[in-house]
Structures are given as structure tokens and as C-alpha cells.
Design a protein around this ligand. Structure first.
Ligand SMILES: [Zn+2]
Length: 205
């Protein structure tokens, strides 16, 4: 446990690394933070792995103003490099990490937050600029996911309208082929991810 490492990822997300425990990954049960909204922190279900509990103890998990809620366990896996020269525009740490792992160029400018307060104009402009150098540019938008996790339907709908108005208008006016895809939905009534087939929009010029 001496090599325990904790990294803040900005906002409410962080990364806790416990070396040597990769074999536990499929058996670790953790609460979903979004299920805990409005509940007393002391009702937090304990993770079922003693080593993880020890790690949280070392970090002084709960005091009157803050707590670490272990969200999801994973292990580092090697990823093959993406076969094309590609760029990613995203303010979300995990997307930036995936881009780095896949050997894609990634850009995150000030004001790109991965949430509904992101700078949509800057994202669209940056993506268009990158098309001069990259055959494939991925523009990631995470605000609809975050708003729905907060169970805020109004925030999600108004953010999606702004995406249509600012990002789509800009991209559709360009001469690029465009695909709009989602990895999953989130139901704002429950705050939970929805799996299964997702709608996709494709415009090849
Ligand atoms: Zn999500």
C-alpha cells in the first residue's frame, strides 16, 4: 500500500492507483456517485475489497467537508495505435487519456470543460482548424452526459439546443464529411446510462 498514488483530474474526478491489485478488478463493487446525490455521506456503501478500504483510510476518506467515493475499478491495458493520423478536441480527461493511448493528437483549450459550461464556439473552431492538418478530427461533447447524470432534463435539453445551434451549424456549413455518434445515452429521470443501439447521423459531401 506504500505506493498508493492519488491524482486530481480537476473538478470532482480523480484517479487512485493501487499497484499490485489488478487481479481484483472484476470483483470490486463500488457505489455510483450519482446514486448518492442528496444522501448522507455516512450511508455510503463500503467497497467490498479490504485493500481499497485501507487505501481510503490512508487518504482520510470522510471528514465534514469532503469524501472520496470510489466510482469504478479498472486496470491499465495496452491499446493499439490508431491507424490514421487523427486529432481529438475534448475537455474531458478520460477522452484525452484515450487519445494519448491511441497516439492521436489531442487539443484542450481553456474554457473546454467537458460539461455544459464548455466553450462550444472554441471547440467547433478548433476542430475546423485541425482539419487542415488531420484527415480525421474527433470533436467530443460531454455536457449532455453530465447534465443527465445530475438528473437535470432542462439543462440537458438546452445544452443540446446550443450544440445544434453553435457546433452543428458551423460544421454543416463546412465542406467536410460529418458523423455524429454517441457511445451511450443517459436518462435524466434516473441519471443512469442507457446501453444498446444509439442513433447516428451521417452526412457525406
Ligand atoms: Zn456518463
Amino acid at each position: 500500500m506504500s505506493q498508493l498514488r492519488y491524482f486530481s483530474l480537476g473538478g470532482y474526478k480523480s484517479l487512485l492507483i493501487i499497484p499490485g491489485y489488478a487481479s481484483y478488478v472484476d470483483s470490486i463493487m463500488t457505489p455510483m456517485p450519482f446514486d448518492m446525490i442528496g444522501k448522507n455521506i455516512h450511508e455510503l456503501p463500503c467497497p467490498n475489497i479490504p485493500e481499497l478500504l485501507d487505501a481510503l483510510d490512508i487518504l482520510g476518506n470522510i471528514d465534514s467537508s469532503r469524501a472520496i467515493i470510489p466510482w469504478m475499478a479498472s486496470v491499465k491495458k495496452p491499446l493499439p495505435h490508431f491507424h490514421e493520423k487523427a486529432a481529438v478536441v475534448s475537455g474531458t480527461n478520460v477522452i484525452q487519456g484515450i487519445a494519448i493511448a491511441l497516439n492521436m493528437h489531442h487539443v484542450s483549450l481553456e474554457g473546454m470543460t467537458g460539461d455544459t459550461n464548455t466553450n462550444l464556439n472554441a471547440k467547433a473552431q478548433t476542430a475546423l482548424k485541425l482539419t487542415k492538418e488531420y484527415h480525421l478530427v474527433i470533436l467530443h461533447i460531454g455536457g449532455c452526459d453530465e447534465a443527465a447524470h445530475r438528473m437535470n432534463r432542462v439543462e440537458k435539453e438546452s445544452f443540446l439546443s446550443r450544440v445544434d445551434e453553435i457546433v452543428l451549424t458551423e460544421l454543416l456549413a463546412s465542406d467536410h464529411d460529418i458523423e455524429v455518434v454517441s457511445d451511450h445515452g443517459v436518462d435524466p429521470a434516473t441519471g443512469r446510462h442507457i446501453g444498446g443501439l444509439q442513433p447516428a447521423f451521417r452526412l457525406y459531401k
